[in-house]
Ligand binder design. Structure first.
Ligand SMILES: Cc1cc2nc3c(=O)[nH]c(=O)nc-3n(C[C@H](O)[C@H](O)[C@H](O)COP(=O)(O)OP(=O)(O)OC[C@H]3O[C@@H](n4cnc5c(N)ncnc54)[C@H](O)[C@@H]3O)c2cc1C
Ligand code: SF4
Ligand code: SF4
Length: 422
């Protein structure tokens, strides 16, 4: 691919989650050219995987769609999916960037007719649903994907299966000869919005994640509750597909523990309360127990906490669960610990356990790394001495969507100021 025409008056945004999208749109709507680079085949980041937003419990796709419409209407934003920045050199006001594009193998002629997926017989674990189901190797990443375009997995690109998909496409949208390419651009400043990934719950061995099927994580719960998720929106026990009657949430699963993830992610208490509402909506008789060390629900979010507490089927117990074991016959899970308010020992059995795991900042694989500062946990630190590259959203700290949006707007302004200074 040839270089795209940008000058040092343009802004690069790395990451197309809610923070990156916001930063890109704010700068573009202020009259600046923006190039947005996203490594997934779709924009929206982790928010696209959520079922509902706390505290209002509305579907995130509405908000994302409004942003995608703004993007479609604004020619100043050029975005690239399946794209990663491979090098950054220069300084504030004059950066040289190289972007690596992985092949999607499907071009803009795709109508999403789905014929390629119909003939395709090879499946892979579905990354969008955290491997809880399979997807074809010719697939649409998810129902509301933007851009709405299929992807051919590289594992079948050079195989008979890939050829079969290509032959099934009446629109000439599949090109299996596409190779990885790179292109260069010049920009004046950069917004770094690469977001977060879920903490790997299997690190906390005594909770049995990965070993016991009915121990899941909070991000898996989001997908399970979503209509376009692995169970069509029904929350079911992974081991036997049964409806759930008694579900536990284990807060700070690995978090605030020097041995695992030393900091508090700030949002996983609210996420579990939100999940309690998912369960209670689907199962009026389901009991929900939330084992917590402290509850984090600040400002306006305190009201949401109060509302969830009012539900008599939701019980909050102050305890750090020490151990989870599985009854091999039933798949039920025994939780042990101590109620730190009463001093009583806890031995309680549940159908399913949800681990409230924290958020870990995404690393950017680039050698050498640009001149930016990170704290001990990998979050980007703002340093006025190192102007030109600005973090936005969860690369700076674990946070919710509203704060990410504010943060991204601030980063966008900083990026504009960098250009104005030169
Ligand atoms: C279980 C759970 C439930 C939650 N529920 C809520 C809720 O109800 N309400 C709420 O307000 N918040 C909620 N949150 C928080 C919310 O998910 C975050 O606030 C939000 O995702 C932050 O957006 P972001 O753009 O900063 O990061 P992300 O959503 O992670 O987006 C970052 C984007 O950057 C891309 N990227 C990463 N690396 C690169 C790279 N090298 N090159 C190019 N692109 C890259 C990623 O693919 C991704 O698309 C929840 C979090 C959890 C854990
Ligand atoms: S790639 Fe072709 S066959 Fe597949 S969904 Fe798109 S238009 Fe249909
Ligand atoms: S938000 Fe709640 S569950 Fe998450 S780390 Fe902080 S205290 Fe623990």
């Amino acid at each position: 691919m040839s270089d795209i025409q940008t000058t040092n008056q343009a802004i690069l945004v790395i990451g197309g989650g809610i923070s990156g999208i916001t930063a890109a749109l704010e700068a573009a709507e202020a009259g600046y050219d923006v190039v947005l680079v996203e490594k997934n085949p779709y924009l929206g980041g982790r928010v696209a995987q959520l079922h509902q937003y706390f505290p209002k419990l509305c579907p995130p796709n509405c908000g994302l769609e409004i942003n995608f419409r703004r993007m479609r209407q604004n020619p100043r934003v050029r975005f690239f999916t399946m794209a990663e920045v491979s090098s950054i050199s220069g300084q504030e006001g004059e950066y040289d960037i190289t972007v690596r594009l992985s092949p999607r193998y499907v071009n803009e002629k795709c109508t999403c007719c789905g014929k390629c997926a119909e003939v395709c017989e090879v499946e892979i674990d579905n990354p969008f649903n955290f491997g809880m189901d399979k997807t074809k190797t010719a697939y649409l990443p998810h129902e509301f994907a933007f851009p709405m375009r299929y992807v051919i997995d590289p594992s079948i690109a050079c195989t008979e299966e890939g050829k079969k998909c290509q032959d099934a496409c009446e629109y000439g949208a599949i090109d299996l000869d596409i190779k990885e390419t790179t292109f260069d651009l010049k920009v004046g400043s950069i917004v770094w919005a690469a977001g977060w990934e879920p903490y790997d719950a299997s690190q906390v061995e005594y909770y049995g994640f990965g070993e016991y099927k009915n121990v899941i994580t909070n991000v898996m719960m989001e997908r399970m509750a979503s209509q376009n998720g692995p169970t069509g929106g029904k929350i079911l026990r992974p081991s036997d597909g049964k409806e759930v009657k008694n579900v536990a949430f284990v807060q700070c699963a690995g978090s605030r523990d020097e041995n695992y993830l030393a900091y508090c992610s700030g949002i996983c208490c609210l996420a579990s309360m939100k999940h309690a509402t998912y369960l209670r909506e689907q199962y009026p008789d389901c009991d929900v127990t939330i084992f917590f060390i402290d509850i984090r629900a600040l400002d306006r979010l305190e009201d949401f906490y109060t509302k969830v507490q009012e539900d008599e089927k939701v019980t909050f117990i102050k305890s750090k669960i020490a151990n989870i074991t599985e009854d091999e016959e039933t798949g039920d899970l025994l939780l042990e610990g101590e109620n730190t308010r009463t001093g009583e020992q806890i031995r309680m059995s549940f159908d399913m356990v949800v681990l409230a795991t924290g958020m870990v900042p995404n690393k950017i694989n680039m050698d050498p790394l640009p001149d930016v500062l990170f704290d001990d946990y990998g979050f980007l630190i703002y340093d006025p001495e190192k102007a030109g590259i600005y973090g936005a959203g969860c690369v700076r700290r674990p946070t919710d969507v509203a704060s990410s949006v504010q943060d991204a707007t601030a980063a966008s302004l900083k990026a504009i100021q960098s250009i104005a200074r030169r």
